[in-house]
Ligand binder design. Structure first.
Ligand code: MF3
Ligand code: CO
Ligand code: CO
Length: 254
């Protein structure tokens, strides 16, 4: 069931989204060669708790940490560990906060040190795909418009869209209806209505779209071992368009 948020609920979604965005801004300077993903996890955890909120991933369906850290060929749901990041790595940090019962969900791919050209192009293209998809969000648009827009932006460049994971409705629950696929056809799928809140979070692979799950039962990696990138925002459908709830104007970099 898709929930339409009331004004007071939207206000809490704004606060949660803003905090999740602030976590990414806070952690960015610490993402350097030699840092462990556990150190990044712990800083994010403390920041969220100090702000009176809850890190949603912790204990979610048994997830053991407070954020997801996915490195290089890891597509999503990477578990923070003692792994040290190295120059040239691409790491995605996925932050989900709960403020007064409402979720905010955002993620970003970061370069550790200086990126290789190939990595820079993939990450830029993934961010552009998210932005183009957000731009089509308004009442009357359809979910298929979002997926088709992403596909159309990345596939001509030779990249592929991960099929097994999608964006999602979000609110009192981490994952609600609808499923927001990152591929599809224009003019198809659910019609968007004012008051809907959902994420768009394309995972784009340099090579083939196929994935496998590691023995930890969480980490999704590309089957061919090639790089994967992702960006995520939580968006609200407004009267005449959309509001990005996980963006702080003038501060957030994407
Ligand atoms: N934040 C992820 C998403 O965008 C979900 C992570 S689930 C977890 O939907 F358990 F791994 F945290
Ligand atoms: Co999400
Ligand atoms: Co997320």
């Amino acid at each position: 069931m898709v929930t339409i948020k009331k004004d007071d609920e939207i206000e809490l979604m704004r606060r949660s989204g803003k905090l999740a965005a602030e976590v990414l801004l806070m952690i960015a300077p610490y993402i350097k060669p030699g840092v462990t993903t556990n150190e990044l996890n712990d800083r994010c955890h403390d920041f969220i708790v100090e702000n009176g909120a809850i890190p949603a991933p912790l204990n979610y369906r048994g997830f053991p940490k407070s954020i997801c850290t996915s490195v290089n060929d890891e597509i999503c749901h990477g578990i923070p560990s003692e792994r040290k990041l190295r120059n040239g790595d691409v790491v995605n940090l996925d932050i989900t906060t709960i403020v007064d019962g409402f979720h905010g969900d955002t993620n970003q791919s970061f370069f550790v040190g200086s990126p290789r050209k190939q990595a820079k192009k993939l990450v830029d293209t993934t961010r552009e795909a998210l932005h183009k998809a957000i731009a089509v969000v308004r009442p009357g648009a359809r979910l298929g418009d979002i997926g088709a827009t992403i596909q159309q932006h990345v596939e001509p460049k030779g990249y592929s869209v991960v099929r097994e994971f999608c964006g999602h409705g979000i609110g009192r629950n981490f994952h609600e209806d609808p499923q927001v696929l990152h591929f599809g056809n224009f003019g198809q799928g659910m019609v968007l209505e004012k008051g809907m809140t959902f994420t768009i979070e394309p995972m784009i692979n340099l090579g083939k779209p196929d994935l496998r799950i590691l023995e930890d039962n969480w980490t999704a990696v590309t089957q061919d071992g090639n790089l994967s990138a992702q960006y995520e925002h939580t968006v609200l459908v407004t009267d005449d368009g959309h509001e990005v709830l996980t963006r702080i104007e003038g501060k957030t970099s994407f």
